[in-house]
Design a protein around this ligand. Structure first.
Ligand SMILES: NC(=O)c1ccc[n+]([C@@H]2O[C@H](COP(=O)([O-])OP(=O)(O)OC[C@H]3O[C@@H](n4cnc5c(N)ncnc54)[C@H](OP(=O)(O)O)[C@@H]3O)[C@@H](O)[C@H]2O)c1
Length: 299
């Protein structure tokens, strides 16, 4: 019997992407080590050394980084913390991967763009982040690119929902159950993406053995309001989703008004057209949230 291929997934124990990716890799026969805060707090001084020792003891063929400082508004007041997780951690991982025979997968974000376009952003478009979160995520990408790793995938994704952790859909459905109306922003447009799909597409990229920056999201685009409206409708909740403008809905961090991502590079390489987000949303609600529906069975 051949030994299983080993993967190390940072954030695999509790992160939205990390959990889905770990599950997809395990289903594909990989032996996955899920590394989380309980083993190493990546903001601590000793974290780099401990991470390197962990990698040396495991000798993984694949390292995937799904750890990040993802609180977009809080990052404005905690730029140092955001920098440690979004820039310094990938830089450390890059340095570790540079001298070892492994593939490094790192996730980034649509928030590296300024949102002035009106057609989906391709991997050729220049980033220009508006927020601390976006700036630190871009700095993480740049740190990796500057190392010129042979086998590094930087996957920009967006607007995630999926099982295993709180996310926009759960927040909206919770508010919709408790209120007659929920206010949701209509003038920010992006690419809603289901984490099990992102995880499956990530594995396809790893198998394709091409490296560099890829955009990977479900197809179609939506405003937060469209996304909330569809989730409330599918969940059969009596609640009005009221469109409000970004100006009316005060948030600390600036967000791109338009940040849909173009997955052409991913499609050309893998031949896969990501499925439309409404299909993925239906799957999420019927598969993972059915017990919360009025009928209790998702039917
Ligand atoms: N969520 C989105 O909508 C979105 C959109 C675009 C791009 N992305 C990118 O996708 C990737 C994955 O995001 P996600 O939504 O899956 O993130 P997430 O659900 O917020 O998970 C983040 C992970 O990082 C871990 N973590 C945070 N601080 C840590 C620390 N100091 N030490 C150790 N672990 C720590 C968390 O552990 P705890 O559970 O212990 O906190 C968790 O496992 C990130 O690169 C993110 O920038 C996300």
């Amino acid at each position: 019997m051949t030994a299983k291929r080993k993967a190390l997934v940072l954030g695999g124990d509790s992160g939205l992407v990390g959990q889905s990716l770990s599950g997809v890799l395990e289903d594909a026969g990989w032996e996955v080590s899920r590394l989380g805060r309980r083993q190493i707090d990546f903001t601590q001084r000793e974290a780099s050394r401990r991470l390197e020792a962990f990698v040396d003891s495991l000798e993984p063929e694949l390292i995937a980084n799904a750890v990040a400082y993802t609180k977009v508004d809080a990052a404005e007041q905690n730029p140092d913390l955001a920098g440690l997780l979004n820039r310094a951690l990938p830089a450390t991982l890059g340095r570790i991967a540079k001298t070892r025979p492994c593939v490094l997968v790192h996730y980034s974000t649509d928030f590296v763009f300024n949102g002035r376009k009106r057609v989906p952003y391709s991997t050729e478009d220049s980033p220009d982040p508006l927020s601390v979160y976006g700036k630190t995520k871009l700095a993480g990408e740049e740190a990796l690119l500057s190392l010129e790793l042979e086998k590094c995938l930087i996957i920009r994704t967006a607007w995630l929902f999926g099982p295993g952790r709180g996310n926009f859909i759960l927040t909206i459905l919770d508010r919709a159950r408790k209120n007659k109306t929920v206010n949701v922003v209509y003038d920010q447009i992006g690419s809603p993406t289901y984490t099990p799909d992102l995880a499956a597409y990530t594995l396809k990229l790893v198998e394709a053995e091409e490296y560099g920056i890829f955009h990977v999201v479900n197809s179609g685009q939506a405003s937060w309001c469209d996304l909330a409206d569809e989730a409330v409708r599918l969940s059969q909740i009596e609640c009005r989703v009221k469109p409000v403008s970004t100006a009316e809905y005060s948030q600390r961090a600036r967000r791109p008004p338009y940040s849909a991502l173009d997955c052409t590079r991913f499609y050309r390489l893998t031949g896969i057209k990501p499925r439309p987000w409404p299909q993925a949303l239906r799957d999420y609600i019927y598969t993972h949230l059915a017990s919360l529906m009025p009928s209790g069975n998702g039917g």
